[in-house]
Structure formats: C-alpha cells, structure tokens
Design a protein around this ligand. Sequence first.
Ligand code: DI6
Ligand code: FE
Length: 396
Amino acid sequence: MARRVLDTLRIATMAPAAGWGLVDGAIGIEDGRIAFVGEAPDGWRGVEREDFAGRLATPALIDCHTHLVFGGNRAREFEMRLEGATYEEIARAGGGIVSTVAQTRALSEDDLVAQALPRLDALLAEGVATVEIKSGYGLTVEDELKMLRAARRLGELRPVRVVTSWLAAHAVPAEYKGRTETYLDEVVLPGLQEADAERLVDAVDGFCEGIAFSPGQIARVFDKARALGLPVKLHAEQLSHLGGAALAASHGALSADHLEYLDAAGVAAMAASGTVAVLLPGAYYFLRETQAPPVKLLREAGVPIAIATDCNPGSSPLASPLLAMNMACTLFRLTPQETLAGFTRNAARALGLSDIGTLEPGKRAEIAVWDVEEPAELAYRIGFNPLFRLVNGSVA
Ligand code: DI6
Ligand code: FE
C-alpha cells in the first residue's frame, strides 16, 4: 500500500454544489486515491508527510474542450481580421478551419504530436491533469484517425489523462463542397466506426452551425454514436441559433458548448437532460463576439456550467486555463467560485468522469497546490501562474 500525506493545506474541495468546500488540514493518498481530507485518522501516524505551509489545494484542473492537435497556425488570418474580414467571411472564402485542415493533413502523426506538446505543456504548467482533445482537422478517415492516435500518444508522453472526441463533423472539406450528406456517408459515419473499433474515441462531437452542419445532419451522427454506445456532445449556438443545444439535450448529451445564442427553450431542454453548459470565453474574446451566453438563465435553471480553453488555431489560440477563468469572470460575469467549479467538478461531469473533479475520499488523487491564500485569486490575476505543485497520484 503506497501511502503519503500532503500536510498543512488550505483545501478547496469543490465537493458541495455551492461554495468552495473549504477545509484546513491534510490530504491522505493511498494507491493513487484520496483516503481522507482534513484530519488524519488513526493508523496514519508515521506515514511520510509533506508540509505545504498553508498553501491552497484544489482539484487538478480539467480542460474539457480543446482542439489541441492540429498543424500550423492561423496568424495570417488574425491579421486579415484586423484588416476588417470577419470569421465567417474568411471561412466562406476557403480559409478558416479548412486551411488548418490542409496543414494538418500534411503532417505525420509524429509531427502532430511534436506540435501539440508545447500547448499541452502550457496546460500542465497551470495545473491540468485531464484534457479533452478533438479530431476535426483531418476530415478524411485516415487523417481523423491520425489526429486521435496523436492525441492518445500525448497521454502516454505526459502525466495527463487524455479524453478524445470524434469531430469529423467539424467542417465540410473542399472535395465535398455542396455534398455534405455524402461527406457524412463516406467519411464521418464509417470513420467513426473505425475509430471506435481502434478504441480511439471516448465521445462524439459536431459543429452545428450555418457554416458547418445542420441539426438534421448532426442527428445522423448522433444516431451512429448511439448505435456504438458512445456519448455525444455538441458545438451549439456559437455564431447563430439553430437549436443545436436542444437537439443535443434530446440525445442525452454530456455537454453543449459555446452557447452564445442559446435561448430559454434550449436552457430548459439542457436542464431537463442534465447536459452541462461548456462556456468558452477564449473564442468569445478572440472573435470579438458581443452576445454573451445566457449565464443568468443557466444558473436559474440549475444547468451545471463548465469552462474550457477551446484551444484551437482559429477562434481561440488560448492555452491558459487561468486566463480562461479570468475571462469567464470579466466577460461572462461568472464568479471566481463558478469558474473553478467550471474547471473541476463540472468539467468532470462534462466528460462523464465521476472519479475526478473534487477532493473527496475515493476520488483519484489529482491535486493542484497553489501559492495563493484565497481561492478567488486563481481567477483574479491576469497572466500570472501561481501553481506550486501538481500532485498526480494517479500516475506517480
Ligand atoms: N468552433 C470554434 O470556435 C472552432 N471550432 C468550432 O467548431 C473554430 C475552429 C477553427 O476556426 O479552426
Ligand atoms: Fe471547439
């Protein structure tokens, strides 16, 4: 039995539905799981103790929505937008997602891993122990599989749990222009079957938007996911309202993500199905969106809110969960407490994971220790990383 004690901590357990769940004391770890929080029970005398001098412990962060694996970058498009072009105009002119697709197809699996590693390391440096990574920049069966193999490799190269999503329904590639249904029939659906057979997929995602896939087309992808027994999630109501969130809820989705244009009916549908609202302030900020997601309605309806970086080359080149937390407060008016819940307890729920997200006996011992006094300090500073230590008892 491998036992250790992290002593003299201020612990934000994030266990209660509201509040930080603050406890002063120690955390006991046994075989990679949390054994106790607070007072050491009898039988733990003499176990090796590490003194943390009153620092703050929180659950390790969980980035539940990223596109971390991709080729190249879109700095040129950033310049174009500053010269006046909109995101949708660039996408319709063959730029946008499709330009990242060309760069992603050109890279080997090894090169994709090498390009993603610095981004992953930036997340780990801010206390992330679990990261979701989507496909969606390959858009052929082989290139989508290549992306997910690269994502799985990242989880072997670093002490992090990688959770993958099949996002072939992200954009229609140039060779299928005007033939979206054929793209679904020839790439998205059979590719999903192959990826599942190779155990590369943990969930199925889609981009429900005027420049991407309609609700009816997404429903076909979700039906296939159900047939394979895979959970679903959806990029919904990001640039316009198409009813994607309600569609996702009707399929029992783990999460609906973005949600700037979500309406009251969508909120009610998500509340009824227990679907998590994943808010992505990095994309809102970078695209200079002006309509914020309906945070007040989500709160009133009791929809759990998660926050993520959405790290991607086009709409959110953000690899900082702490900055995402700050943006969620300043731009969406979430409280610091809600943003930490959004990167821990509710992010775990958005991934369908019940063994992480809070510091409670039985959970995996994935703990971030910060050089701060108050938990609100995590969301408060801008461009400052107070991580003292990431204790990942699950992989140690
Ligand atoms: N919504 C987004 O914001 C990203 N994907 C999506 O479905 C954008 C991806 C990109 O522009 O490369
Ligand atoms: Fe996204």
